[in-house]
Design a binder for this molecule. Structure first.
Ligand code: ADP
Ligand code: MG
Ligand code: MG
Length: 883
């Protein structure tokens, strides 16, 4: 079997195609070598050796050492040196390299092969003693750290100590003699701490390093990382053994890293840093401040230290040409490592560069414009979830942050405003033109209007799926939840923080992208929706099949969603409309009435308000489909809860408090989620559904007249499990439609459909489809009812489930494809069987989750509907799913 693959001198035994066998680093070293680029020769010990190693109790295949030796001989021939030789020693770097780059793997060991003898030869050979001993101390330090497991801090302490003693500031100031002293102390420390000497035999050093790489595949950190990123453990890592080139060979030598484009802005400019007279790790380790690669970057940084362009023009020009070539070759922005040894350039690594969401867009668009990649490929290159970062104002990365507390990054974006502690105050202050941050222990449905009025939300309790978090994400309002180090004292209206109390009206900033809470105002960057973002969205819109709608009930949400490209409303929840202003009064009056007549007269007060709500929504949505769900929650939710509130409300309504209390008690349910709600309400009190239907139809006529658009409302009946339920409610809706058409003397087109959110409905979908003209999968409730898990109580154990590996993902965030997904697939098929033209959509939180969207495409849904701020994510994910 072939276990070892060589590269160097313009050829290689592998190529970029061999990522699985050679790991990312090895495959790209081979590729660069094949391209004729200056790569120090070396070998890659394949990932198959790693698998063999673990299958055979950490042993190696018999042929391995022979193959390594002959590869070493080959490298020796190319370099004119011999590994282990005392006169012209070949020194090596030993580097790990898995298929996907992976933190937790062994760090690189440089200068391997040096010992007390060969260091002298190196010094003679290079004519530079300082260089040789600098390399030797680096080697001892790295090897002892990564192979022998001695913490590098002990070495840093020794070095600091000696530098102080010799009166030096920089490592580069130490003379050869001084390095010798340091080296002696290093070796002595190793003997003392590990009770064994530092190995002098190069062969022992090499196999020690190779074993350390393979062993690092199973360290706790690497194992955890693989679990988190779904990387199978049998992939294994490769080991790259490569001839050293020296960036620490005096002032004509250097080492650096570069990106072919700016990784934070995406600008098409060479971007990077280097250090003169240094080796690999120094640049990232921050021992010295690195210098800019290009003159332009140097000028922009206002630095007086020369750029590589100025300092080593020949090496720089060669490097710049290689960057261009590699970017074209890989059709993507590259992240590169290089070293200059006495004026000669060497390439040490290339890979696709990590980038911000903003840079990813810019780079994809420019590469597509230049014809390097197709627009489809450009669409594929963008991570839909990353778009979220771009849709909200963010804190300027250059701003100073005065952090006074932190919690969970519950809803992205940053917002500044005055502290308010109640929703009423939030509304009042916002109406008076102030920007406010609503600060609560936690929020509840009564806070909706306050949450809408606020720029940002801060809670001191609750997780990522708490009420505040879910609602804030839906509204696109920045939110930090569960900031446990802060305390709200409602009595004194203060927010207690470690750096002192804050009063109502004090200004704070919440950063929902990091979870930080900051004092005062902070400089912000505004989102940019045109430009590159707009181009990618345009391409995505051409590529996708599914429509993207939004879940919205307020005009502000609907407008935001339109600006993000929503093609209709998939879910308008009408209950939120009943909390606003004095509507809640009429609503409570309706609930308190004991006769149908009493209810009808209270409903008559709500009718014009509902009608104007819907008219406005239809007008904003300009003839695109709007799905309106009839009242869904149990009536109990609209009534006051505490005795205090009951007294207050009773007084305001002019009814005896006891009557209100009795009604509240009568409506109490043990499990409201499974109680008197959804279509069950419409069956008990058809007049409520009738009022809503009338408001919808009258609004459709009105909006049609105002805008000239043909408005086709879609009325959705919630929580249906039986065909008979839907037939009953639909009968009432149709009757109202008939009345309104008669009154208006015109025809109204409309659809009546249902939400599929109960398992029985999914299984009996063919029967329900006899009545329903559309299905909308309400996957929040469908997930609750399929699992029998209440979302509000799930936090207590779902986290544990994930930690213990019982489930991989929170089914409320990413659709449970095997269970809930299967029900959706069944219902879709049965629905189409009974009614081939049936419209199918999804309207749960999952409608904005890329993985769930892929599933929706696969089973052929007509549209997904999600919260306004997820609309662009859904547009892109739907395009990717269709490609
Ligand atoms: P990482 O995956 O952490 O980037 P690498 O294996 O790329 O680790 O090595 C880290 C650094 O070591 C590189 O930036 C490079 O400067 C240096 N290095 C690696 N191989 C060599 C070599 N053959 N000669 C000189 N320096 C090297
Ligand atoms: Mg590297
Ligand atoms: Mg529901």
């Amino acid at each position: 079997t072939k276990w070892v693959y060589t590269f160097g001198d313009g050829t290689a035994e592998g190529s970029a195609q061999d990522r699985n066998l050679l790991g990312g680093k090895g495959a790209n070293l081979a590729e660069m070598s094949n391209l004729g680029l200056p790569v120090p020769p070396g070998m890659t010990i394949s990932t198959e050796v790693c698998s063999w190693f673990y299958k055979n109790d950490r042993a190696y295949p018999d042929e391995l050492s022979e193959q390594v030796n002959s590869a070493l001989a080959h490298v020796g021939k190319l370099t004119g040196r011999t590994f282990g030789d005392a006169e012209r020693p070949l020194l090596l770097s030993v580097r790990s390299g898995a298929r996907a780059s992976m933190p937790g793997m062994m760090d690189t060991v440089l200068n391997l092969g040096l010992n007390d003898q060969s260091v002298q030869a190196m010094a003679r050979d290079a004519g530079d003693e300082r260089f040789a001993y600098d390399s030797y101390r680096r080697f001892i330090q790295m090897y002892a750290d990564v192979v022998m497991g001695l913490d590098h801090e002990v070495f840093e302490d020794i070095l600091e100590d000696e530098k102080a003693r010799f009166g030096h500031e920089l490592d580069t100031d130490l003379s050869a003699e001084e390095w010798k002293t340091v080296i002696a102390r290093y070796k002595q420390t190793i003997e003392e701490e590990l009770e064994q000497p530092f190995p002098q035999d190069p062969v022992e050093q090499l196999w020690g390093a190779i074993s350390a790489v393979f062993s690092s595949w199973m360290t706790a950190r690497a194992v955890t990382y693989r679990q988190l990123h779904d990387i199978p453990s049998d992939w294994g890592t490769a080991v790259n053994v490569q001839a050293m080139v020296f960036g620490n060979l005096g002032d004509t030598s250097a080492t650096g890293v570069a990106f072919t484009r700016n990784p934070s802005t995406g600008a098409n400019e060479l971007y990077g840093e280097f250090l003169v007279n240094a080796q690999g790790e120094d640049v990232v380790a921050g021992i010295r401040t690195p210098q800019s690669l290009t003159e332009q970057a140097r000028l922009e940084a206002g630095s007086d230290r020369p750029s590589l362009e100025k300092l080593m023009p020949d090496a720089f020009e060669e490097f710049r040409a290689i960057c261009d070539r590699l970017e074209k070759h890989y059709c993507d922005m590259q992240d590169l490592e290089f070293t200059v040894e006495r004026g000669k350039l060497w390439m040490l690594q290339t890979r696709a560069g990590k980038r911000t969401a903003k840079a990813a867009l810019k780079i994809a668009v420019e590469l597509a414009d230049d014809g390097v990649i197709t627009t489809q490929e450009a669409i594929r290159r963008i991570d839909p979830a990353s778009l979220d970062q771009l849709l909200h104002p963010t804190i300027d990365p250059r701003a100073v942050r005065d952090v006074i507390g932190s919690g969970l990054p519950a809803s992205p974006g940053a917002a500044t405003g005055e502290i308010v502690f109640t929703s009423e105050e939030a509304v009042a202050k916002a109406e008076a033109g102030h920007k406010v941050i609503l600060v609560r222990v936690e929020t509840s449905p009564e806070d909706i209007h306050g949450m809408h009025a606020a720029e940002g939300i801060l809670t001191t309790r609750g997780g990522m799926t708490s009420h505040a978090a879910v609602v804030a994400r839906g509204m696109g309002t920045p939110c930090v939840s569960g900031a446990g180090s802060l305390r709200v004292d409602m009595r004194t209206e203060t927010l207690l923080t470690v750096s002192g109390p804050l009063k109502k009206g004090d200004v704070i900033t919440v950063d929902g992208s990091t979870g930080q809470v900051l004092k005062g105002t902070v400089a912000m960057l505004q989102p940019e929706l045109s430009g590159d973002f707009g181009r990618i969205m345009e391409w995505a819109d051409t590529a996708r099949r599914m429509k993207v709608r939004t879940n919205a009930e307020t005009p502000a949400d609907a407008r935001a969603a339109r600006s993000f490209g929503a093609e209709g409303i998939g879910l308008c929840r009408t209950e939120h409309m009943f909390f606003e202003g004095d509507r809640i009064v009429a609503m409570r009056e309706m609930i308190l009435a004991d006769t149908e007549d009493g209810r009808r007269s209270a409903l008559a007060k709500l009718l014009p308000m509902q009608r104007s709500d819907f008219t406005e929504l239809f007008e904003i949505m300009k003839g695109t489909p709007v799905t309106i769900r009839l009242l869904d929650p149990p009536l109990h939710e609209f009534l006051p809860k505490s005795d205090e509130e009951i007294d207050e409300v009773a007084a305001a309504m002019g009814v005896p408090a006891d009557q209100l209390r009795e009604r509240t008690e009568a409506l109490h349910e043990f499990n409201p989620m499974l109680g008197h709600r959804g279509c069950r309400l419409a069956i008990s009190y058809p007049e409520i559904a009738e009022m809503q239907a009338r408001a919808i139809f009258e609004a459709a006529i009105q909006a049609g007249e105002d805008t000239g658009e043909h408005v086709v409302p879609e009325i959705m009946v919630p929580l249906v499990s039986l065909r008979e339920e839907l037939r009953f409610v639909k009968g009432r809706i149709d009757a109202v439609a008939g009345e309104v058409m008669q009154e208006a003397g015109q025809k109204i087109d409309y659809l009546v459909g249902t939400m599929i959110e109960l398992p029985r409905a999914a299984i009996r979908a063919h029967r329900i489809a006899e009545e329903a003209e559309f299905f909308s999968f309400g996957t929040n409730d469908l997930t609750q009812t399929t699992f029998g898990i209440s979302r509000d109580d799930a936090a207590a154990f779902l986290g544990t489930y994930q930690k213990k590996g019982i489930i991989e993902q929170d089914p409320f965030i990413s659709l449970d494809l095997d269970g809930v997904g299967e029900l959706i697939a069944i219902a879709s098929n049965k629905g189409r069987e009974a009614r081939p033209e049936i419209k199918l959509g999804i309207c749960g939180e999952h409608g904005g989750d890329p993985l769930s969207i892929h599933f929706c495409e696969k089973i052929g849904l007509d549209y997904v509907s999600c919260s306004p701020f997820r609309v662009p994510i859904a547009r892109l994910a739907a395009a990717q799913a269709a490609l």
